[in-house]
Design a protein around this ligand. Structure first.
Ligand code: AMP
Ligand code: ZN
Length: 114
């Protein structure tokens, strides 16, 4: 999608600190990290948000979770614990409308979120 910042990152039109890439997904450091580890994992296919997922998206979403777990291991936060979050819509706090998952860790995370 033309005006989507994450599609531009996928097409390498804007730079990012890339941590992982395969044919389906990429993962990169969040530009405004909220924890020592804050990675964004996205499908290469543009999907607006969680509401737009279809049954056929299940394998892709499962894959994203496996990639997140692998990155957590690589970055050394698997044992201490981490959080995977996907914000959806205005009240969910979504600001980039290309479905994505935050991998957060490296410090004690608060619960419940604000
Ligand atoms: P959300 O608010 O859940 O939609 O998350 C969007 C996330 O994307 C925020 O945490 C932003 O800091 C992050 N973000 C926005 N632009 C960029 C960028 N160019 N590179 C890396 N992360 C970004
Ligand atoms: Zn997009």
């Amino acid at each position: 999608m033309e005006d989507c910042i994450f599609c531009k990152i996928i097409k390498k039109q804007i730079p990012c600190e890339m941590l992982y890439e395969d044919d389906k997904v990429i993962a990169f450091n969040d530009i405004s990290p909220q924890a020592p580890v804050h990675v964004i994992i996205i499908p290469k296919q543009h999907i607006d948000d969680l509401n737009c997922l279809k049954q056929e998206s299940s394998e892709l979403i499962g894959h994203i979770f496996m990639v997140a777990r692998e990155i957590a291991g690589t970055l050394g936060i698997a044992e201490g614990g981490y959080r995977i979050v996907s914000n959806c819509g205005e009240q969910g706090g979504q600001t980039v409308h290309h479905v994505h998952f935050h991998l957060l860790g490296g410090r004690m995370l608060q619960w419940p979120p604000g």
